[in-house]
Design a protein around this ligand. Structure first.
Ligand code: GLY
Ligand code: MN
Ligand code: MN
Length: 440
C-alpha cells in the first residue's frame, strides 16, 4: 500500500512549529466517533488536520505542539491500552505506541488531559487552535485556560492570545509534497479503474446502484477504505441534479449516465466525473453537448500552470461553453455580452473546480489580498466543467431537455503546466464508445 511515510509527519510538525510565534502552543483534537444509530457507529475517519500532523488513526486523542519545549515538542494524548476494549474493538497504540510508532516525544492518557494540559499551556503566550470548528473542543480549551486563570493569584500566567490555526496549517496543506502526489496518483489510479469498470458494466435495465456497486468493488479491492464523498450515479434527468445521491433509478436505453465518484487512499481524495450513454452510443444531441464540455475542459487545462491565476481556468470554460451553446442555438446573442450577463449560468451554474487533497473540497484560500490566487507547483485541483439542461427548461427545444454532462479530472500544478492524475479513464466520444462496444 502506498502511504505517507512517517518522516513526512515529522517534517510537517516542524514546518508548522517554525511558523508559530515564539512561546506558543498548538492544540488539535482527533475526530470524534459519530453514531449512526443506537450503538452502531459510522466508519471512523480521522480529522484531516489531525491526520496531516500525526498520521495517528485513533479517536479520543489530542495533539499538542510546543515549539522549544525541552522535554519534547510533540505531546500526544491518546487512549491507553485496554485488553478488554481491544478484545472487542481492535488494537490501540497506547501511550507507548504513540511514542514508538507515531513519533510523539511524550504521550499521556487522554483521561489525564484535564490534569496535565493546563500545566503545559501555562506560561505560553499564545494558543493556536481551530477556533470555531468544534464548539465542544473550544469549550474544553477555555476550561483549561480558566484553570490557569483561577491560579493567577499564585503567579500562574494564562495565555493572552488565541490564534486560528487554520491559516498556517491550511496553507501548508495546499502545497502537495512528492509523497502526497504519489498517494493522490494511487487514489486516482484506483478511481480510474472503477470508472472503467462501471462503463463496461453499463446496461439498460440495471439500476444506478448497480454501477455504484462496481465502483465500490474496485475502490475496496484497491485498498481504499471508503469513497472520498458520496458517489453520484445519475442517469437520465437525474444528471441535471448536481449533488444527486439517491442512486436508485433504472438505467434506460437512450439516456446518459453521469458518475461523479472517487476513492480515498490514506486520507487523500480523488474526484472524477465521467458521463456516458447507458447503452454505449451517444445521440447527436448528447454528443453535441458532450463535445462542448470536453473542449471547455481542454481549454481549462491550458490555463493551469505556474503564474496563472485561479480563475483563468474557470474563465476559459465559461467562454468555450457560452460559445458552444450559442452555436447550438441554446443561447442567443453576442458571446461577450452573454458572458458579461452570466447567461451561461442557466446551463453551467458551478465553478470549474476546487482545491483537492485530504478533503475533496480541500482547504486553502482562493483569493489572497482580494486577488485570485496565483497557481504554484504542487497545488492540486479539479477541472470539472459541465452543461445541464433542465428537463423543465421550456426555452429550449424538447430534444435537449434532461441532458446533463460533466467531465471532471484531477490535476497537480507542475513547472511545465499541470499533470493530469486521472487520465486513465476514457474521455473522448470515440474512446468511450469503443470501450463500451468491446464490453458488450
Ligand atoms: N464530487 C463533488 C465535486 O465534484 O465537487
Ligand atoms: Mn469536484
Ligand atoms: Mn466530483
Amino acid at each position: 500500500m502506498i502511504h505517507i511515510p512517517k518522516a513526512e509527519y515529522t517534517r510537517r510538525r516542524k514546518a508548522l512549529m517554525a511558523q508559530m510565534e515564539p512561546n506558543s502552543i498548538a492544540i488539535l483534537p482527533a475526530a470524534a466517533v459519530a453514531i449512526r444509530n443506537r450503538d452502531v457507529e459510522h466508519v471512523y475517519r480521522q480529522d484531516s488536520d489531525f491526520q496531516y500532523l500525526s498520521g495517528f488513526p485513533e479517536p479520543e486523542a489530542v495533539i499538542v505542539l510546543m515549539p522549544g519545549r525541552q522535554h519534547g515538542e510533540y505531546v500526544l494524548f491518546c487512549r491507553e491500552r485496554n485488553a478488554e476494549r481491544e478484545l472487542w474493538d481492535g488494537l490501540r497504540a497506547g501511550t507507548e505506541g504513540a511514542i514508538r510508532d507515531f513519533g510523539a516525544d511524550d504521550a499521556f492518557p487522554i483521561t489525564d488531559i484535564d490534569d496535565i494540559l493546563p500545566g503545559l499551556i501555562e506560561g505560553r503566550d499564545r494558543v493556536y487552535s481551530a477556533m470555531g470548528s468544534n464548539a465542544e473542543f473550544d469549550r474544553h480549551v477555555m476550561e483549561w485556560i480558566n484553570v490557569i486563570r483561577s491560579k493567577a493569584h499564585l503567579g500562574a500566567q494564562p495565555p493572552n492570545e488565541f490564534v486560528a490555526l487554520d491559516h498556517l496549517l491550511h496553507d501548508m496543506r495546499l502545497y502537495k509534497s512528492a509523497a502526497e502526489v504519489k498517494v493522490m496518483r494511487e487514489a486516482a489510479r484506483i478511481s480510474c479503474a472503477a470508472h472503467v469498470k462501471a462503463m463496461q458494466a453499463s446496461r439498460a435495465g440495471l439500476y444506478e446502484f448497480s454501477l455504484e456497486a462496481e465502483l465500490d468493488y474496485e475502490f475496496r479491492k484497491g485498498g481504499a477504505k471508503m469513497p472520498a464523498y458520496g458517489s453520484i450515479v445519475a442517469a437520465g434527468r437525474n444528471s441535471c441534479i448536481l449533488h444527486y445521491q439517491q442512486n436508485d433509478a433504472v438505467l434506460k436505453d437512450g439516456d446518459l449516465v453521469l458518475i461523479d465518484a472517487g476513492c480515498e487512499i490514506d486520507c487523500y481524495a480523488s474526484d472524477i466525473t465521467r458521463t456516458w450513454p447507458v447503452s454505449g452510443r451517444f445521440s447527436p444531441e448528447q454528443k453535441a453537448i458532450y463535445e462542448i464540455v470536453l473542449a471547455s475542459q481542454e481549454a481549462a487545462f491550458a490555463e493551469i500552470g505556474p503564474n496563472k491565476h485561479w480563475n483563468q481556468a474557470h474563465e476559459a470554460t465559461v467562454r468555450v461553453i457560452t460559445a458552444g451553446l450559442v452555436k447550438l442555438g441554446l443561447l442567443q446573442g453576442d458571446v461577450d455580452e452573454l458572458i458579461a450577463s452570466e447567461a451561461y449560468r442557466a446551463f453551467y451554474m458551478h465553478r470549474a473546480g476546487h482545491w483537492l487533497g485530504m478533503d475533496v473540497h480541500d482547504v486553502g484560500e482562493y483569493k489572497v489580498g482580494g486577488e485570485w490566487r496565483v497557481l504554484e507547483v504542487g497545488m492540486a485541483l479539479t477541472v470539472e466543467p459541465g452543461i445541464y439542461i433542465s428537463p423543465d427548461n421550456q426555452n429550449v427545444a424538447k430534444k435537449w431537455r434532461g441532458i446533463g454532462v460533466r467531465i471532471e479530472d484531477d490535476v497537480v500544478v507542475t513547472k511545465q503546466g499541470c499533470e493530469i492524475l486521472t487520465g486513465g479513464v476514457p474521455k473522448t466520444v470515440a474512446e468511450i464508445e469503443a470501450l463500451m462496444a468491446a464490453a458488450r
